[in-house]
Design a protein around this ligand. Sequence first.
Ligand code: FES
Length: 59
Amino acid sequence: MNRKKEICSCYHVTKGDIADAVADGATSFKDIKKATKAGKACGKCKKKVKKLTKKLLAD
Ligand code: FES
């Protein structure tokens, strides 16, 4: 996984940031938003964040 890949451009949240949030117990988009701010602005990344979170939880 490329941890540096940016998922949320508004807050510069990367794949690695989201992976860390999941490792810390985040299980939903809401949790990720709280932990990383991803999705707090334009919301365009919501789909990507959700998909990645699901994938990380399944791994
Ligand atoms: S790209 Fe994530 S809130 Fe805008």
